[in-house]
Design a protein around this ligand. Structure first.
Ligand code: BEZ
Ligand code: FE
Length: 278
């Protein structure tokens, strides 16, 4: 054991980790301490800046409730959520890519019949979403559950407006048959700001960053024997496509949104390609 010095700061802290510590925890914490100390030395952090950082983290914790998770939002705008997602969801060429789950997924959405609508408030431009769930060989995946959710025409999820929107507005679960096909009606989603009335929104403003996400439809696709896919499809011409505040866009997830002269105004075809488990 040695006294603390500026030069050997990280080594001194990490030398205290005991032999009984969980090896993975010891590895992760030692690396975290090394990087934090290197960062602090690189920017020569002032006492005032550190006090500000502590106040920021305190406010981030204080605004959290069962419905609001400001730390995840912080991770999202720092690109950390997408980095963790990328590391944990490396997939072979041709498989559908993952992206962030986001805070607005609600388990237990209504199971709906193929072709049914998820839009219950009658607002927005109607869109037919359809395609297939396939394996890497292009064979249909039967029994795939497609859990979908989107914002409404005003850019809010039902859970953000429980007094205004019908419960389960723009949500539903569809299960594929033997042909792997799915179809449902929703609205062409619109871009919206992430909740920006807290410390994370304030930080975005101070950094000269906007809080918007480009318009997207969320999906969680699961099937027995396959790795679940958590992803979105994005509307191609959205002005925020290349500046998503949470970095969730991947080129392969930009879907066609075609204008059609039918009951629906738009059609968005997209196939999901699943990877076997293990
Ligand atoms: C969303 O797409 O629902 C979302 C993702 C990350 C942060 C906020 C919202
Ligand atoms: Fe979203």
């Amino acid at each position: 054991m040695s006294y603390f010095t500026e030069e050997a700061s990280a080594e001194t802290v990490n030398a205290r980790i005991g032999a009984e510590a969980n090896p993975r925890l010891a590895q992760v914490m030692a690396a975290l301490v090394r990087h934090l100390h290197t960062f602090t030395k690189e920017v020569e952090l002032t006492q005032d800046e550190w006090d500000h950082a502590i106040a920021f983290l305190t406010q981030t914790g204080q605004i959290c409730t069962d419905e609001r998770q400001e730390f995840i939002l912080l991770s999202d705008i720092l690109g950390l959520s997408m980095l963790v997602d990328a590391i944990n969801n490396r997939r072979p060429e041709g498989a559908t890519e993952n992206t962030v789950l986001g805070p607005f997924h609600v388990a237990g959405a209504p199971e709906r019949a193929m072709g049914e609508t998820i839009s219950l408030d009658g607002k927005g431009e109607s869109c037919l979403y359809e395609g297939r769930v396939l394996d890497l060989e292009g064979q249909p995946v039967a029994g795939a559950r497609i859990d979908v959710w989107s914002d409404n025409a005003e850019g809010y999820y039902d859970v953000q407006q429980p007094e205004i929107q019908p419960r389960w507005n723009n949500r539903g679960i569809f299960t594929t048959g033997a042909d792997g096909r799915y179809a449902f009606r929703g609205i062409k989603p619109v871009s919206y700001p992430i909740p920006d009335d807290g410390p994370v929104g304030k930080l975005l403003g101070q950094l000269g960053r906007h809080p918007f996400r480009p318009a997207h439809m969320h999906y969680r696709v699961s099937a027995p024997g396959f790795r679940p896919i958590i992803t979105h499809t994005f509307v191609g011409e959205d002005p925020y496509l290349t500046s998503d505040t949470v970095f969730g866009v991947k080129e392969s997830l930009v879907a066609p949104f075609e204008r059609v002269e039918a009951e629906t105004l738009w059609r968005s075809p997209f196939d999901f390609v699943m990877v076997p488990e293990g």
